[in-house]
Design a protein around this ligand. Sequence first.
Ligand SMILES: Nc1ncnc2c1ncn2[C@@H]1O[C@H](COP(=O)(O)OP(=O)(O)O)[C@@H](O)[C@H]1O
Ligand SMILES: [Mg+2]
Length: 178
Amino acid sequence: MVDTRRPDPQDSMARPRNAQSSGPAPETIFTLSEEETFELGRNVAKTLTGGELLLLDGDLGLGKTVFARGVAAGLGVAPEDVTSPSFTLVQEYKGGRTPLFHIDLYRMSEDDPDELGTLGIEEILSSGGIAVIEWGDRLPRYHQRGAIRVVFYDLGEGSRRIEIIPSKGEPGEHRGDA
Ligand SMILES: Nc1ncnc2c1ncn2[C@@H]1O[C@H](COP(=O)(O)OP(=O)(O)O)[C@@H](O)[C@H]1O
Ligand SMILES: [Mg+2]
């Protein structure tokens, strides 16, 4: 039997929550509805200053676009304008605190790297825009390094586990060469 009354000092759960570690810790959030995922996106947007790359990953229908609409709302862009940009690859939204670029790589053909070149991610970020990319794991590694990753898992019946993994590098590190 495991004694659950006494925390094991070796157990990471027993360490103080704000213990210093290398870089910000990943965060896990559970949402029970579309509204809660939207709200999460809105709150995350408040922490963004411009020049961030957000990569959203997880299966179809888990709430990546809902989250992106929340980010838009948090930046002051009308969220109802944000739809699944399945046919446009890159959609730009102005009128918010910083320009927002919503990109969906679902239909991007993996064997056509030229298509990626036309996304203009470097230009978006260096001009202070925020890029939110669905199916972000389809981006080449060098883009992924300095990015904030948001990963969606299905827990059934409208509930989702969402992991936010902060950028490990300095802002703009994704601009470094591969
Ligand atoms: N907890 C939840 N968070 C986000 N969406 C949810 C949740 N529960 C149910 N849904 C539904 O799942 C769908 C998510 O759609 P969407 O954001 O377009 O997915 P994706 O962009 O990941 O393919 C919506 O129809 C939404 O109403
Ligand atoms: Mg989508």
